[in-house]
Design a protein. Structure first.
Length: 122
């Protein structure tokens, strides 16, 4: 079930804004970030964007450590955003945020979650 969108947020969603996707391993506070320019994510699911990110090979050493943590979580786990699978358009999972410079952008946090021992997904 999606959250209701206010009129002002609906207007901003119609703007062409960059989309920042962050994949976080488990309950970590830091993840891999990628900025998708306006128009580059249109018509793509959030899962497609995440798979595109995970396929990259030009990460820094620190980012590769996070990537390794994400890949460990994905062994028997999956990617979730807002508590659900990533089957919808990327923008459906994003929230409007503003940079320190006052520029608007969309932000979509994604968790790579593996169930606890004996746990199952519902």
């Amino acid at each position: 079930m999606t959250e209701p969108i206010t009129a002002s947020e609906k207007q901003k969603r119609e703007q062409l804004l960059p989309l920042v996707v962050e994949i976080l391993p488990g309950q970590a506070g830091e993840g891999l970030l990628e900025v998708f320019e306006p128009g580059s994510y249109e018509g793509k699911t959030l899962e497609q964007l995440c798979r595109q990110m995970l396929a990259r090979s030009d990460w820094s050493i620190e980012e590769r450590q996070i990537l390794d943590d994400i890949q460990r979580q994905l062994q028997g786990g999956r990617l979730l955003a807002k508590g659900r699978d990533l089957e919808s358009k990327a923008i459906d999972y994003a929230r409007l945020e503003q940079s320190e410079e006052g520029e608007d952008y969309f932000y979509a946090p994604v968790r790579a979650i593996r169930p606890q021992e004996g746990g199952i997904y519902l």
